[in-house]
Write a protein that binds this ligand. Structure first.
Ligand code: FES
Length: 131
């Protein structure tokens, strides 16, 4: 497993272009990004901290708090909301016995997100499986 220093060194020459892959690589270590990690990466790549946080907040697959090893994300943006996203989210919460944003004891979670995955007639769901 790469250290933060190794990740920064690998992406340093890419600067801003290396920000997203560096954040993803860092997150792969523990399934989330701490404030210290984001700060180290921003400084190491010469990117303003506000910009690094802008990227972290923009991408729903980047987490700033610990998440489960298997996370189901359901888009609840306008189109998916009209297609029944709330029903899907409610069913997942009911089956897993948790509220969105929470994690089960065995490491599963449900999150609502907004995203433009593609245009279809049902709410988009995505799953992250991490080991
Ligand atoms: S509105 Fe949900 S994926 Fe586009």
């Amino acid at each position: 497993m790469d250290t933060i220093e190794t990740i920064i060194e690998y992406y340093r020459m890419q600067g801003r272009a290396g920000l997203l892959p560096a954040l993803q690589a860092a997150q792969a270590r523990e399934r989330w990004l701490s404030r210290e990690q984001v700060t180290q990466i921003a400084q190491g790549l010469g990117v303003p901290l506000a910009e690094a946080y802008g990227v972290v907040k923009f991408y729903s697959m980047l987490y700033t708090e610990p998440v489960g090893r298997q996370c189901i994300r359901v888009c609840d943006d306008v189109v998916c909301g009209l297609a029944g996203a709330e029903t899907v989210l409610a069913e997942l919460e009911s089956r897993l016995g948790i509220r969105r944003g929470e994690t089960t004891p065995d490491g599963r979670c449900v999150r609502s997100t907004s995203g433009d995955y593609t245009n279809t007639r049902r709410p988009k769901t995505r799953g992250d499986t991490r080991h």
